[in-house]
Design a protein around this ligand. Structure first.
Ligand SMILES: Cc1ncc(COP(=O)(O)O)c(C=O)c1O
Ligand SMILES: C[C@@H](O)[C@H](N)C(=O)O
Length: 354
């Protein structure tokens, strides 16, 4: 990937003449079954641009999940920057929103109300454990959008994980969407960036908005070269990430203090519940970090683990031993573990980021 970056043929992308950016964008548009594509610095900007292009009239409203990334983790950008009103609909545990609740949220013309212009989905759904939205569900929401004169955007930060887990080609999975934002810098392993895909008219507007937001980049071919390698070489490794996630979940379920609903482990994420009240997620993550196992508390009693292709099966087994040691330390007050860790830390495997 670094060699591809160094060798990239580059020029000024603000003037639209970076050849590697052109090639990568054309490749992604074809792969996703859309007319055009645009490289952007982040998934947050990809979602923001997409929503603002679809909702380019004052008083617009976007229907989105109350547990979605756009609604929770993008600083409310669609409102604070774009003046778009969010209409949050309850996310189900599987990441979907009930069809009838979406339909009920669509505004009827009324002097008192914003105008619905967009429905946003998220696939896979991050806060639901990386679960996949089916192609049937996506098509159904697309049909609802079309029949009501609305657009459909998919936050596809991990859309390739969904495609691989479902066994559905990615262009088929997003066929109903008017736009998709795809993260290259997550499980695909590129150092930075996302790409948005849609119609040529949509992408032409998106390009202007990207510049407005300060996202116009110059020799961006350096980054697109990495992104090309990521899509070419890593999509084929995602199924193995998913297999290792299930292996991690199975191992965690053998430790009495933890529980994982294995049915929710569909891709590369594992959300574990701590079923021993003596252990908090913060403390657990702190102890794991001492052993180079990086995890995020997702609530006081649950922890999120995300796998990627550089995590080996041995790393998964190593992580499981670290969970066992963490339990000992947190329940025994660190007596036995300190002696264990002091004497053997340097023998433990290298950095294993789970
Ligand atoms: C589902 C989802 N959408 C969008 C984003 C935003 O991506 P970025 O961190 O590149 O802004 C993330 C975060 O990583 C995400 O998990
Ligand atoms: C928090 C969010 O921005 C990030 N995508 C994550 O899943 O960790």
């Amino acid at each position: 990937m670094r060699a591809a970056m160094a060798a990239a043929d580059v020029d000024d992308d603000v003037r639209g003449v970076d050849p590697t950016a052109h090639r990568f964008q054309a490749e992604m548009a074809a792969l996703m079954g859309k007319e055009a594509a645009l490289f952007v610095p982040s998934g947050t900007m990809g979602n923001l641009i997409s929503v603002l292009v679809h909702c380019d009239v004052r008083g617009s409203e976007a229907i989105l999940g109350d547990n979605s990334h756009i609604h929770l983790y993008e600083n409310g950008g669609i409102s604070t920057i774009g003046g778009v009103h969010p209409r949050a609909v309850r996310n189900n545990p599987d990441g979907t929103m009930d069809v009838d609740e979406i339909v009920a949220a669509i505004r009827h013309p009324d002097l008192h109300c914003p105008t619905t212009r967009l429905i946003c989905l998220e696939n896979t759904h991050g806060n639901s454990g990386g679960r996949c939205l089916s192609v049937e569900y996506t098509d159904k929401i697309g049909e609802i959008a079309r029949s009501h004169g609305l657009k459909l955007h998919i936050d596809g930060a991990r859309i390739f994980n969904a495609s691989v887990a479902l066994g559905v080609p990615v262009d088929r999975l997003v066929k109903a969407a008017d736009s998709v934002s795809v993260c290259l810098s997550k499980g695909l392993g590129a150092p930075i960036g996302s790409v948005i895909v849609g119609s040529k008219v949509f992408i032409d507007k998106a390009k202007i908005l990207r510049k407005t937001l300060g996202g116009g980049m110059r020799q961006v071919g350096v980054l697109c070269a990495a992104a090309h390698v990521a899509v070419r070489d890593t999509v084929g490794k995602l199924a193995d990430d998913h297999r290792k996630a299930k292996s991690l979940a199975d191992g965690l379920n053998k430790i009495g203090q933890f529980a994982v609903d294995s049915a929710t482990v569909q891709t590369n994420m594992v959300f574990l519940d701590i079923v021993d009240s003596r252990i908090s997620s913060d403390k657990l993550c702190q102890v794991l970090k001492k052993h180079n196992v990086l995890a995020n508390p997702s609530s006081f009693t649950s922890v999120r683990l995300v796998l990627h292709y550089q995590i080996s099966d041995n790393d998964v087994q190593y992580a499981l031993t670290c969970f066992e040691k963490a339990v000992e330390e947190l329940l025994l007050g660190g007596t036995r573990l300190e002696s264990l860790v002091d004497g053997t830390t340097e023998n433990l495997m290298g950095t294993s980021q789970i």
